[in-house]
Write a protein that binds this ligand. Sequence first.
Ligand SMILES: Cc1ncc(COP(=O)(O)O)c(C=O)c1O
Length: 418
Amino acid sequence: MLPAVPLLALDRQYDVLRDEIQAAIREVCDSGRFVLGPDVSALEDELAKVLDVPHVIGCASGSDALLLALMAVGVGPGDEVLLPSYTFFATASAVTRLGAVPIFADIDPETFIVDPADVRRKVSRRCRAIIPVHLFGRTADMDALLPIAAEAGVPVIEDAAQSILSTWHGRCSGGLGDIGCFSFYPTKNLGGAGDGGFLTTTRDDLAKQLRLLRVHGMEPRYYHDVVGINSRLDSIQAAVLRVKLPHLDTWTSQRQENAARYDRLFAAAGLAEHVITPSDETRGRHVWNQYVVRIKGGQRDALRQHLSACKVGTEIYYPVPLHLQRCFAHLGWRHGDLPATEQAAEETLALPIFPELRADEQETVVGRIAEFFGAAPAGSDGAEARGGQPAGGSEEPSAVRQPHFLRRAVGRADEVIS
Ligand SMILES: Cc1ncc(COP(=O)(O)O)c(C=O)c1O
């Protein structure tokens, strides 16, 4: 039997940091400061340094970050906001919660990221903001998008929930547009022990507004000139994240190495006829929150079933594009409106890419895919992983490898939803 491979195994990260994380949580409990407070301020300062942005504002989730950003730039009922349909639901629900109208743009079929040409086509006089999503850890084409926003005179709100530490010409995502929105959801590259998020901005006026809006618009205490929301980051989250932040760069490099290893394994397995692997970004750092392949020939779901039977974790991001979600039916979008988006929803499959993923586990993943397509087994890295031995047959390579890392039955990281 080949070993099982989880989509994500947060327990491996926690095993290394357990003592530090538990001590940090204990300190917060001892302090009695549970909401915002010194840990949140310290985390904001540390993130500002790492991302090289002047302002970081913690909040309760990436979803709230998007909502706060749109509120801060004054989006309201009837306004249009341009965004991709191929993204997590929160990108669009932030728009509709304010009574504004999401205008969905199609994606570039190669990168899965919003197509600037379609954005340009759809900007109208009612447009009040553009939200590029740096999907799967890759920065959107800001060279093309920023001039479109500037011409339209609207702010750019980066949905950087999946892309912390990604860059564009050397600058971090979140500092490229007017506001950046990030998530600390546990599956993200920097994940907390629960929900959390933050905003970035280079603009002093927006920073001030965002700080106000996250605390009900209250300034001073119990005085409200504007209506905000309750979206404060918990001190326990901040304390845990401060333990993890110094490791983020290394974890990101490990994700990059894993992506490069997949590329080699897929090339060696001769699967190009069936599997299109994702390209890297030459204009900036791709941080590989997800490694998403495209499966040709209408075989994606059958392959996923096969992998699931083999206990290889995968996920579909996203099976139903947002313009076709039932809750948005009243907006009048139809099948066929965004062809590249709809095709991606039918063909993409995310494979395990987390930093602690081992080389032999990646061989297992590619080997199982090769098995499904009846192709030769993967093994370009096999020689590397097995100390120079040639890659063996596909039958039972696990027999010569380390036993699979034991996962706990409770709190499995791959059961999370986004
Ligand atoms: C692209 C994108 N936007 C927004 C969010 C929302 O973040 P959160 O889950 O922290 O609310 C997520 C993550 O789930 C995401 O992937």
